[in-house]
Design a protein around this ligand. Structure first.
Ligand code: FAD
Ligand code: SF4
Ligand code: SF4
Length: 494
């Protein structure tokens, strides 16, 4: 049952009253229930694009912080890819010192209000939390990400965010390709060292997947714009609509335009398709196109958008990852009467975060599990009319360790749909590799780099984020941007 933010706040107030002045032991801390994240009610939120998770109240933050045992061995820190001092920032939050808590986080992470929202915490920091381990349930761990989100939002909204200091100008110039989290982190760290930094972004808006992929209802775009504005205020020059490899090559940037080093954070934006009949019919989208048109090109505005998405009634989403959940929930908000996620394995193997899966179910998304699409069928105008699927059962585990789907002969059926969104993963765009001599990639098209420095096989050119890792996470991309910036700084000042 949906519980309102006000009710959750009242529950937190009761907890704070109960424990006021009480010397807390690990046992009493363990009795405090995990604070639920307030959300918009499901039937309300499918009618708007506003953020689903409304954020903890201050009382909830204090109540949740009481649950932290301040473990001496700090296991949670090893689960955070950038090593945030989690016990220290939670201790500050428990005292109501949110700005100090934010400063602790900012020593390691540049984008806490973003990571506090989108990090898969249950498989990172919270997976290692002692409280979750004692309770044998990761969902009972201290809600590190939710506290992180609160302190970062508080600091931004109250103008007490950490202000970066910029060292004296070095006269060195660095080109940053792309403007996703890897590039934002690299640009900020290099600018702080006093280098001149110019960012080149192919799209008309900066932010990478944070703006074109992750929908507004999970990550408000004003937060991303705030980080981009910070970069500009630091003196980073931003060039939009600039496709490196077409507008200019890396070689020209380095030999003609005077850049001393280059960081490539071009992401993994090339959608994969299933290669089944009918994928070129009208009404079939890649998740990338579907989400980009909705997020960046206002395609939901059927009347005034130059590139509106068509009015879909029954949408099928192929795939079971986070991107599939985003596409399904976006389709619902765009007015689809029925949205069905078709995934070939069972719920246990579904790669999407549990929270996203639960949110999707609450919003009325259907899940057709253990089914594999075989063909997309169209009418004489080449519009999608249906999808042929076959039922699967689970066989032996495959290379990924998950049980593989085995099709059951004779179980084909045809289901009516007018829209299909293929959401089965992305790979790196080959443009930069194709136009840059000396850059080598592995068989998946990811840049090969020195693991210590993130330098590519072309001297002076570094890379990080999804272009190296394959489709990964925001925090991993940000961590690589920082790591590369450190190495680039060393390269430029040696
Ligand atoms: P990107 O964010 O992909 O940015 C790359 C940028 O480079 C883009 O703006 C692109 O236009 C630009 N570019 C590419 N080629 C060129 C060129 N030749 N010249 C100039 N510019 C170029 N991760 C999470 O942690 N949590 C989530 O909840 C989550 N949800 C996701 C939902 C979706 C729909 C998608 C697609 C991904 C999601 N991810 C999530 C993954 C995460 O967003 C990525 O791992 C992360 O953004 C990668 O950062 P990046 O900086 O490497 O690249
Ligand atoms: Fe956890 Fe992500 Fe924050 Fe690290 S950045 S503490 S992994 S939520
Ligand atoms: Fe607190 Fe959990 Fe980290 Fe222990 S492991 S310090 S309880 S957040």
């Amino acid at each position: 049952m949906h519980v309102s933010r006000e009710e959750l706040d009242n529950q937190a107030i009761e907890i704070l009253k109960k424990y006021e002045g009480v010397k807390l032991t690990p046992k009493t801390r363990g009795e405090i229930p995990v604070q639920e994240m307030p959300t918009q009610a499901p039937m309300v939120r499918i009618t708007n694009m506003n953020e689903v998770a409304e954020g903890y109240t201050e009382n909830q933050v204090k109540a949740e912080a009481l649950r932290c045992l301040q473990c001496k061995n700090e296991p949670c820190i090893q689960g955070c890819p950038v090593g945030i001092n989690i016990p220290k920032f939670i201790a500050e939050a428990a005292k109501g010192e949110y700005s100090a808590a934010n400063s602790v986080i900012k020593e390691s992470s540049l984008l806490p209000s973003i990571c506090g929202r989108v990090c898969p915490q249950e498989s990172q920091c919270q997976k290692f939390c002692t409280v979750g381990k004692i309770k044998k349930d990761v969902n009972q761990a201290v809600a590190i990400g939710r506290i992180e989100r609160f302190v970062a939002d508080y600091s931004r909204e109250n103008d007490c965010d950490v202000q970066p200091t910029i060292k004296a100008e070095t006269g060195k110039k660095v080109a940053i390709i792309g403007s996703g989290p890897a590039s934002v982190a690299a640009a900020a760290d290099l600018r702080k060292e006093g280098h001149s930094v110019v960012m080149f972004e192919a799209l008309h808006k900066a932010g990478g997947v944070l703006v074109y992929g992750i929908p507004e209802f999970r990550l408000p775009k004003k937060l991303v714009q705030h980080e981009i504005n910070n970069l500009i205020a630091m003196g980073v020059e931003l060039n939009l609509n600039y496709l490196v490899g077409k507008t200019r090559t890396i070689e020209k940037l380095m030999t003609t335009d005077g850049f001393d080093a280059v960081f490539v954070g071009a992401g993994a934006g090339l959608p994969k398709f299933m290669n089944i009949p009918g994928e070129n019919l009208i009404g079939v989208f890649s998740a990338n196109e579907f989400l980009t048109r909705s997020n960046l090109m206002k395609a939901y505005d059927q009347k005034d958008s130059l590139t509106p998405l068509w009015n879909c009634e029954r949408a099928a989403i192929f795939g079971g990852g986070n991107v599939a959940m985003d596409a399904a929930r976006t389709a619902k908000r765009l007015g689809a009467k029925e949205v069905t996620v078709i995934y070939r394995r069972s719920e246990e193997e579904l790669p999407a975060r549990k929270e996203e899966f639960e949110h999707a179910k609450e919003e009325g998304i259907n899940f057709l599990l253990l089914h594999q699409p075989h063909e997309i069928i169209g009418n004489d105008k080449s519009h999608v009319t249906s999808v042929k699927v076959v039922t699967c059962e689970l066989g032996e585990p495959d290379a990924s360790g998950r049980r593989s789907p085995v099709e059951i002969p004779g179980t084909e059926q045809i289901l009516a749909f007018d829209t299909v969104v293929v959401s089965i993963g992305n790979s790196s765009n080959p443009l930069i590799k194709q136009t840059t001599e000396g850059i080598e990639t592995n068989k998946r098209g990811n840049f090969i780099v020195n693991e210590e420095t993130l330098e590519t096989t072309l001297p002076g050119v570094y890379a990080g984020g999804d272009i190296v890792l394959g489709a990964a996470t925001v925090i991993l991309a940000m961590g690589q941007g920082r790591k590369a910036a450190k190495a680039i700084n060393k390269y430029l000042t040696k």
